[in-house]
Design a protein around this ligand. Structure first.
Ligand code: 13P
Length: 251
């Protein structure tokens, strides 16, 4: 049985005071929920000051990105060992905004995923097609390519979560339907089975991301291959985020 995993990817939003209020409410109002993992990925500057707020809570702390080299002359970058030192437990890698705006591609992301796992961070690896690719019937091919070029042999798959985030659904208010999402997740799971075997396919979690909100979370979470959500905009609003965590409670 896969335990659902709901993560708030705050992107470049919130100040420290608002972030503290948000995690306090999230903790307080989900404290009795034991069968849904949840976490937040704040902007990098908020990771260290939020750490004490998250101690003794069930909320995991993560980063939105990292560089694959451990240290050195890489102005503006943050390394895996730094994230571990700051208290992070996981890192998001390959978000479509990183691919689109910062030119991150398969070979780079492969290095990042490996470096993160090697230093002890769990990984949420994001994949997803653009609208043009979906309209062109390329969705499955794109997903397989993004999986294939980054998830190499020998990775500790137990510590990897896949996030399926169709680019056309991110921040647009237009989520994938539960059937569209389920179909993509099923295809991803099939690839995981071929790559890492049946245990990986049955145990690895695949989150859906793209305009998840309180009003559509339940129908998405009800699908058999959807194991939680990677939430952007709605994770900035306490009531929404809390409702999404509740919607992920297994039946
Ligand atoms: P939205 O929930 O704002 O569509 O963002 C999704 C996302 O990109 C999460 O990583």
């Amino acid at each position: 049985m896969r335990r659902p995993f709901v993560v708030g990817n705050w992107k470049m939003n919130l100040n420290l005071a608002d972030a503290k209020n948000l995690v306090r409410r999230l903790d307080h109002e989900t404290v009795g929920i034991h069968n849904v993992d949840r976490g937040v990925a704040p902007p990098a500057l908020l990771i260290i000051p939020l750490r004490p707020e998250l101690q003794d809570t069930r909320i995991l702390l993560g980063a939105q990105n990292m560089y694959h080299e451990p240290k050195g002359a890489f102005t503006g970058e943050i390394s895996g060992p730094m994230l571990v030192d700051a208290g992070c437990q996981f890192v998001i890698i390959g978000h479509s905004e990183r691919r689109q705006h910062f030119g991150e591609d398969g070979p780079l992301l492969q290095k990042k995923v490996k470096a993160a796992l090697d230093i002890g961070l769990d990984v949420i690896y994001c994949i997803g097609e653009t609208l043009q690719q979906r309209d062109g019937g390329e969705t499955n091919g794109i997903l397989v390519r993004q999986l294939h070029e980054v998830l190499i042999d020998g990775l500790d798959w137990k510590r990897i979560t896949i996030a399926y985030e169709p680019v056309w659904a991110i921040g647009t208010g237009r989520n994938a339907t539960q059937d569209q999402a389920q179909e993509a997740h099923q295809h991803i799971r099939l690839w995981l089975k071929n790559k890492y075997g049946p245990d990986a396919a049955s145990q690895m979690r695949i989150q859906y991301g793209g305009s998840v909100k309180a009003s559509n979370a339940k129908e998405l979470m009800n699908m058999p291959d959807i194991d939680g959500a990677l939430v952007g905009g709605a994770s900035l609003v306490a009531d929404e985020f809390i409702a999404i965590v509740r919607a992920a409670i297994p039946k």
